[in-house]
Design a binder for this molecule. Structure first.
Ligand code: BEZ
Length: 223
C-alpha cells in the first residue's frame, strides 16, 4: 500500500507545499474553482516533457472552463525550474503559466495515493505515477485516473471529461461514449418519465429495445 485511497466525492486533503510559483496552500489556492492536480514520475524524462508541454499548450482551454492547473513530482523546486526551460524549448512554447509542486519527501504523493511502487528513482524511492485528480468547486474529488510511467496521457480527453463533469454537475443528464461538447446526452435513470417534458424542453427521444424497458432516453445537450 503506497498511500491513502481517495474516493470519488471525498473532500480532497489539504497540504502546504513549495512550488515553482511559491508556497501553495492547496485549499486556499483552489479558491472555490475547479482544479486539476496531476503528477508525473520525474523531471528531465521524455514523456513527461511532452505532457507538461501539452498542458501548457491547452492552458487557455482549461482557463476558459475555470479550471486551475497544478503539476507535481517528487523533484525539488530547483529541478522543476531548470526543467521548465527544456519543456519550453522542446514544445516550442513561450511561457509556462502553471505551478509545479515539489514533493521530495513524498508527503502529497502519499496523501493522494500517487506513488507507483514499480517505478523507483536511483535511490530506490517510489516515484509518482501519472495521476490526474479533478476537483470541483466544493473541493470534492470528481474524477481520478492513474496511468503508469510508460503511458503518456491524452489531455484532450481531460478537457472532454471536464466538459462532461461541468455539464452533469447541474443538469440531469449523463454523457454517452465518445461524447463531445454539443453532442446528444442521455437522460439519467433517476428522472421519471412524467418529468422529462418539463426538465428537457428540447425534447427527449425514447429508444425502443427488445427488453421493453424505458431507459435509453436521448436529449440534445441542455443549455
Ligand atoms: C518518461 O517520462 O518518459 C518516463 C518517466 C519514467 C519512466 C518511464 C518514462
Amino acid at each position: 500500500m503506497t498511500g491513502h485511497v481517495l474516493k470519488l466525492g471525498d473532500v480532497v486533503p489539504n497540504f502546504v507545499s513549495d512550488s515553482t510559483q511559491g508556497q501553495i496552500d492547496f485549499h486556499s489556492w483552489l479558491d472555490g474553482s475547479w482544479g486539476i492536480l496531476f503528477s508525473h514520475p520525474a523531471d528531465y524524462t521524455p514523456v513527461c516533457t511532452t505532457e507538461l508541454g501539452r498542458v501548457q499548450t491547452l492552458h487557455k482551454e482549461f482557463a476558459a472552463r475555470g479550471v486551475k492547473l497544478v503539476a507535481l513530482s517528487c523533484d525539488s523546486t530547483e529541478s522543476h525550474l531548470g526543467w521548465i526551460n527544456d519543456i519550453l524549448a522542446y514544445n516550442k512554447l513561450e511561457e509556462f503559466s502553471y505551478p509545479i509542486i515539489a514533493d521530495p519527501n513524498r508527503d502529497v504523493a502519499t496523501l493522494y495515493g500517487m506513488l507507483d511502487p514499480d517505478e523507483k528513482d536511483s535511490a530506490g524511492m517510489a516515484l509518482t505515477c501519472r495521476a490526474v485528480f479533478i476537483i470541483g468547486p466544493d473541493k470534492r474529488l470528481k474524477l481520478s485516473i492513474l496511468y503508469p510511467a510508460t503511458t503518456g496521457r491524452n489531455f484532450d480527453e481531460i478537457i472532454r471529461v471536464i466538459d462532461s463533469l461541468q455539464l452533469t454537475a447541474t443538469r440531469k443528464v449523463a454523457t454517452p461514449v465518445d461524447w463531445k461538447q454539443g453532442g446528444s446526452c442521455m437522460v439519467v435513470p433517476g428522472v421519471k418519465q412524467e418529468d422529462v417534458e418539463q426538465l428537457f424542453p428540447k425534447g427527449v427521444q425514447v429508444h425502443e429495445v427488445p427488453s421493453g424497458k424505458v431507459y435509453l432516453r436521448t436529449t440534445p445537450q441542455p443549455e
